[in-house]
Design a protein around this ligand. Structure first.
Ligand code: ADP
Length: 154
């Protein structure tokens, strides 16, 4: 059976932290589906189309990676895509507490789907999409935080 993981997130915008997690996880799975979660109540800074274009560009030479979007429960989306794993990154103790809750509830919803956590590379620990958005809104330089594809638009 193919090992398929969904990497869910907003990717608003994708950061070097996300890219690092995906590049390291490629060795663990046969396929990784980057699932951009669409939440009508959460206003994003970048359009879904733009976020997809960036992710497709970044991983264009990696056939094991697919970029997609979904709404609704992540476990339902995983079942639709035949994925048995949810991939998440862990930066800090605060991430752990947040992820623990989501991961344990996802197991209650479907205990065939395992959440797999990779620790962030130390240099990417302070990077989050929300910090990148704040820096961008205030005219700061995000070149150490996001891939070059994102810099081209900003
Ligand atoms: P969400 O909206 O679900 O928080 P994000 O797009 O912010 O989604 O993040 C998606 C995943 O990437 C999460 O598992 C998050 O912990 C992880 N992540 C975000 N930033 C980093 C980083 N700098 N290093 C490692 N993992 C990260």
């Amino acid at each position: 059976m193919e090992k398929i993981a969904v990497f869910p997130g907003s990717f608003d915008p994708v950061t070097l932290g996300h890219v690092s997690i995906i590049n390291r996880a490629i060795k663990l799975f046969d396929k990784i589906i980057i699932g951009i979660g669409v939440n009508s109540e959460k206003k994003s800074m970048y359009s879904l189309e733009q976020r997809k274009v960036w992710l497709n560009d970044i991983f264009k030479s990696e056939p094991k990676i697919i970029v997609d979007s979904y709404s609704g429960l992540t476990v339902d989306y995983c079942r639709n895509r035949n994925a048995n794993y949810i991939l998440r990154g862990l930066r800090t103790a605060a991430d752990f507490e947040f992820e623990r809750g989501i991961g344990q509830v996802n197991s209650m919803l479907d205990n065939n789907i395992e959440t797999v956590f990779l620790l962030t590379e130390a240099k990417y620990t302070p990077i989050s999409s929300s910090i990148v958005r704040d820096v961008l809104r205030n005219g700061g330089d995000v070149s150490g935080m996001v891939p070059s594809e994102v810099l081209l638009i900003n």
